[in-house]
Every structure is written in structure tokens, then in C-alpha cells.
Design a binder for this molecule. Structure first.
Ligand SMILES: Nc1ncnc2c1ncn2[C@@H]1O[C@H](COP(=O)(O)OP(=O)(O)O)[C@@H](O)[C@H]1O
Ligand SMILES: [Mg+2]
Length: 357
């Protein structure tokens, strides 16, 4: 990514954030290809973070480091605390206790410095609907303090790389859902941020649109950027370098996708039966530790294929389908919490206070 010099602008997009003064200051973005990576200093760091909304204890002691150049996913069910943690890192919310740092800057005391170096895509649309795609990007560049010429050049580059050239002149409100999300991503990238925050950024998109979106995010990471994303879809977390599983405001597991799956053990036997509760009870009586999920009865075993014949022969209920597979992130979550990760209703979680501009 090319270096660019930023200028102070009179109007600042970040002034749209609650209680925020204009934050744009002259600054020089680092060339991420050359890198200003200082040793192993984390890009994001949380220490002893708690967040309470009145009686709701949304974050219960988060300690976390995200490394520079890492694609990091926060994966958990609706209500787990993802948007709350995301909003604290992204300077949109103050913690009740503890500290959060982004690129060495405190997310409360030095939020100006943090905002200058980050790009963000919210769960909810933030485009100017009446403006063209090109103008949305150009405007965001100006808000970030780029010169008009630099903003135009950068917007033009992003229109090409994100496959938006054909719709560049179209009003943002007339785009498809997938196109809108790509414009949101382009806007977040227009000032070449060092950290990109994505909160459930592809919620509601079809598979093709999600694939295109994530391909661009990976492109950004391969150029040296750091990504912190939240999702409740395991397949979106899967390409991340590391994943933190979050549940009830606590990180319950952290590691690469493979490390997390290794925690489950050998493999998974999934049975769809006429009576899953009875099947699970029988399995328990015979020394197994089954979990019941929406997909059926799930049994983790070092060699699930070896268990299958005995189970099929003796289970007192009819088995409609039996399947053996490698552990998935869904299985990891189920094993750790006894509950399913994806609720399947696609409903967004309640929004954190002041969390969106
Ligand atoms: N502004 C708020 N006021 C009260 N409770 C909130 C607020 N924002 C979030 N919560 C609660 O905090 C918990 C975590 O919410 P959130 O961080 O949005 O979870 P997620 O993004 O994982 O769905 C949930 O119980 C949610 O209802
Ligand atoms: Mg959320």
C-alpha cells in the first residue's frame, strides 16, 4: 500500500461519533508494505476489561492481544459481548474497568490517535444513500484529511480492486446488499488504515457476496494490515489466523482454527434420530458424553468411525442419518458451552450504547 500524506480538514467524519470533536490532524500513514512493525508489539491489547450496562455485565474480564498483521476473529453467539468489545477497541465506548490499547494508544485517552489509524465497517449501513459510490469514497477520503486529488486517486484504485467500477456513478442507495457492503469496505480502506475493524460486516449477504468481501479483506491482510472482526458465523471466522471464542462476556478459548479444533479431539459422530433425547440418554448410560444440538446428537470420540457400528446396532431409537466428520468450530463451541453457536435466525444482537455513528 502506498504511503500518503494527510492534511487537516475542516469537517471531519469522526465528528459524527458521539461526544467527539473533529480528530483529523496532519499525519503520515506508514507504508505497510515496508512495515513499521515494531517487534512483537500487539496491534490491539485489552487488560482486565469489564463493561456493565446497568445490571448487565456484558464483558467480564477480557485479556487479549492481537498481533500486527494478524486477521483476528471474535466468534460467539448473539449477546456474547462482541460488539461491546469491538466498540471499546474502536473508541466508541468506554470500559467500566480495565484498559484497551490500539497500536500502543489508549482507546479512551488517545482516541484521536486511534481513530486516525483505523478503518471501520459497522453491522449497520453507514453510506450516504443519495451520493454516488465514487462520491461516498471521495468524501470519506476528505473527512480523513486526504487532499482532494489523493482522495480521488485512492477512490479510483479501490473502485477497481473491489470490482465497483461499473457502479461508481450509481447512488449508493440503489446498490445490491453485496455491493453496498463492498462500498463500506472501500470507505473503510480509503485512508489506508493500519487496523481494520469489522463488526458482523457481512450479515445477511449471500454466499457469493460474502466470498468477494472476504477475499478483499484477505488482500488487505496480505498487504500488512491488521483485521479485528466479529461474527457469529463459524465459516467467517475460519480463515482468520486466530480466533477468540467469546461467551457471556468471557473469552472461553483462543487459538488458531486448528488449535481450537484439536481441543475437541479426534472426530465427531453426528446422529439424527427419531428421539434425540432418548438416544443421548442411552449413549450416556454406555459411557459416552453426547451433546444435543439442532443438528442432532453429537458425540466426540477419538475414533468416531470405530464407535459407529456398536451405536447403530444397539441404539434403542431409529437412526435416520449418521455422519462422521472432523471437528468444526461449531463443535468446539458446543463442546465448551453445551450450546449451539449459530442461532440461525440471523437477527442482529442489541446495539451497544452510542456504538454507531
Ligand atoms: N446499550 C446497552 N444497554 C444495555 N445492555 C446492552 C447494551 N448494549 C448491549 N447490551 C447487552 O450486553 C450484552 C452484550 O451485547 P453485545 O456486545 O451487543 O453482544 P454481541 O455483539 O455479541 O451480540 C447483551 O446482553 C446485550 O443485551
Ligand atoms: Mg454484535
Amino acid at each position: 500500500m502506498a504511503s500518503s500524506t494527510r492534511r487537516t480538514s475542516a469537517t471531519c467524519w469522526c465528528a459524527r461519533w458521539p461526544g467527539s470533536p473533529s480528530i483529523c490532524r496532519p499525519m503520515r500513514m506508514p507504508d505497510m508494505a515496508e512495515g513499521e512493525v515494531s517487534g512483537n508489539a500487539p496491534a490491539l491489547e485489552a487488560r482486565g476489561l469489564h463493561k456493565r450496562y446497568g445490571a448487565v455485565h456484558a464483558l467480564r474480564g477480557i485479556d487479549l492481544a492481537v498481533w500486527r498483521g494478524e486477521m483476528f476473529a471474535l466468534l460467539g453467539p448473539n449477546g456474547a459481548g462482541k460488539t461491546t468489545l469491538f466498540s471499546i477497541f474502536a473508541t466508541l465506548l468506554k470500559p467500566s474497568e480495565g484498559t484497551a490499547q490500539v497500536l500502543g494508544f489508549d482507546s479512551v485517552r488517545e482516541r484521536v490517535a486511534v481513530r486516525q489509524r483505523m478503518g471501520i465497517v459497522f453491522q449497520e449501513p453507514a453510506l450516504e444513500g443519495k451520493l454516488s459510490v465514487r462520491d461516498n469514497l471521495h468524501l470519506m477520503g476528505l473527512f480523513y484529511g486526504l487532499s482532494s486529488r489523493a482522495a480521488k486517486t485512492r477512490s479510483a484504485e479501490l473502485l477497481v480492486t473491489l470490482g465497483l467500477e461499473d457502479v461508481a456513478a450509481r447512488e449508493a442507495q440503489k446498490l445490491s446488499g453485496g455491493q453496498k457492503r463492498r462500498v463500506e469496505l472501500a470507505r473503510a480502506l480509503v485512508a489506508t488504515p493500519e487496523v481494520l475493524f469489522l463488526d458482523e460486516a457481512t450479515l445477511g449477504l449471500d454466499v457469493d457476496a460474502r466470498r468477494l468481501f472476504w477475499a478483499e479483506v484477505r488482500h488487505y491482510v496480505s498487504a500488512g494490515g491488521t483485521v479485528f472482526l466479529t461474527t457469529h458465523y463459524m465459516d467467517e471466522a475460519e480463515p482468520a489466523d486466530r480466533i477468540a471464542l467469546i461467551d457471556h462476556g468471557q473469552i472461553i478459548a483462543l487459538g488458531s482454527p486448528q488449535e481450537l479444533k484439536n481441543r475437541v479431539g479426534g472426530g465427531v459422530l453426528l446422529l439424527a434420530t427419531d428421539d434425540d433425547a432418548q438416544a443421548a440418554a442411552w449413549l450416556r448410560e454406555h459411557g459416552h458424553h453426547p451433546e444435543i444440538s439442532a443438528r442432532g446428537v453429537l458425540l466426540v470420540a477419538s475414533e468416531p468411525a470405530a464407535v459407529l457400528p456398536e451405536v447403530l446396532a444397539h441404539l434403542p431409537v431409529r437412526t435416520r442419518r449418521a455422519e462422521v466428520h472432523e471437528p468444526s468450530l461449531e463443535d468446539v463451541f458446543l463442546k465448551l458451552t453445551g450450546r449451539a453457536l449459530e442461532d440461525g435466525n440471523g437477527k442482529p444482537a442489541p446495539r451497544a450504547q452510542g456504538g454507531q455513528p
